[in-house]
Ligand binder design. Structure first.
Ligand code: SF4
Length: 99
């Protein structure tokens, strides 16, 4: 069993503070700035589990996946309808002149 699958089981079934990092979580976390210069899923996982409150880690995987699927879409993020523009690194960078 791979690490990602093991973390999904740990977080979903047992609600352990484990973070499964797939390509979507990896991309969205980096874009928002929740991870910095993480080169691998394991590096991203370590950063996310270090800085997110332990009580929410088992849910955060789903938050990031759903956010990436419906709002922070890979090709064209829907920043105009996003609720976390105030903390988003990408938003600050791309909207610097208008904020
Ligand atoms: S502000 Fe834009 S880039 Fe940042 S998380 Fe929201 S949708 Fe994604």
């Amino acid at each position: 069993m791979g690490r990602k699958t093991a973390n999904v089981i740990a977080s979903v079934i047992y609600e352990k503070p484990a973070m499964a990092v797939d390509t979507h979580v990896f991309r969205v976390a980096a874009r928002i700035g929740l991870t910095v210069n993480a080169k691998t899923p394991l590096a991203a996982e370590k950063q996310l589990t270090k800085y997110l409150p332990e009580a929410v880690i088992h849910k955060a995987h789903h938050w990031l996946i759903l956010h990436g699927r419906y709002i922070c879409i890979a090709r064209k993020p829907k920043c105009e309808m996003c609720g976390i523009t105030g903390i988003c690194k990408y938003f600050k960078k791309t909207h610097a002149a208008s904020v």
